[in-house]
Design a protein around this ligand. Structure first.
Ligand SMILES: [Zn+2]
Length: 278
């Protein structure tokens, strides 16, 4: 069971060395290191992370946004592949076992264009993972938040099916937003997870979640909401996190859940953790 936060929470003001006891006090035992602007971690911070992973803290890393294995530009794909290899080395150095990445894109947003892009991502991942010692590190393509972005459930399944080292990162808020508000009940969420389980049962056991509530529009994701914040029109923020925890329990999923609640990651993570252990 891992419940953790995406990056250093905004409410935490101290040094990195004090972050882990601060999180542990709330029952949290996971951190997703945000390398969203580059796989760069200072040597000091690497030391702290390494120590924490050795002390039972589960670490994942969010890859840079500029990684784009599905790009039409060969140079971008080439650079993304070598960046991913650097990321894998960093993960090994600090004891992180999961790297989350966005599938990227650039091909035409048509059925054929998307298929071509997914095939290219699969080939790219298989290429660079065969050139490096992966050790315990696994790669997690993430559900995309915009209707046009790559990373539907079917696309994530397709990548995981065809890449030995890929496992699903299901960002339930992105899923809700890209499907223009689809996760309106526990049953809907459950059926979507069941679909993934049926398609890739062995990979499903190591599924990774991002969970928080989200504001969305006709093109999908607009903005992550603060923990407990309502939608601009006054409706409750979705997906419902208590329902999500119920589904995890009902499906016997061993959770690895990262809260990306806006400026309140630890509040969302603690809320979900407490419901899970209740
Ligand atoms: Zn992401």
């Amino acid at each position: 069971m891992v419940f953790g936060v995406a990056g250093v929470p905004t409410h935490y003001k101290g040094k990195l060395s004090g972050l882990f006891p601060w999180l542990a006090e709330m029952g949290l035992n996971g951190l997703e290191i945000q390398c969203t602007y580059g796989f760069k971690i200072s040597d000091d911070n690497k030391k702290f992370y390494k120590e924490m992973s050795e002390n039972g803290f589960s670490l994942s890393i969010h890859a840079p946004y500029y990684i784009n294995l599905g790009s039409l530009n060969n140079q971008v794909v080439g650079r993304s592949k070598s960046n991913m290899k650097e990321g894998i080395e960093i993960a090994k150095a600090v004891g992180a076992t999961r790297i989350i990445f966005h599938p990227g894109g650039g091909h035409e947003n048509s059925e054929q264009g998307r298929k071509t892009a997914i095939k290219q991502i699969i080939d790219s991942v298989n290429e660079f993972t065969s050139e490096i010692d992966m050790a315990d590190v696994r790669l997690y393509p993430e559900i995309g938040g915009k209707t046009a972005s790559l990373g539907s459930i079917d696309e994530i399944i397709e990548i995981c099916k065809n890449c030995k080292y890929c496992y699903p990162c299901i960002d339930i808020a992105h899923l809700h937003a890209r499907e223009i508000g689809s996760l309106t009940s526990k049953e809907v969420l459950k059926s979507k997870l069941q679909k993934i389980k049926d398609a890739i049962p062995d990979k499903f056991e190591k599924i990774h979640f991002h969970a928080y509530t989200i504001n969305y529009g006709e093109k999908g994701e607009i903005k992550h909401l603060y923990f407990g914040e309502k939608m601009p029109d006054g409706r409750e923020g979705l997906p419902n996190l208590a329902d999500f925890i119920d589904v995890l329990k009902e499906m016997n999923i061993d959770p690895w859940v990262i809260s990306e609640a806006l400026d309140s990651q630890e509040l969302g993570a603690k809320y979900m953790h407490d419901l899970y252990v209740k």
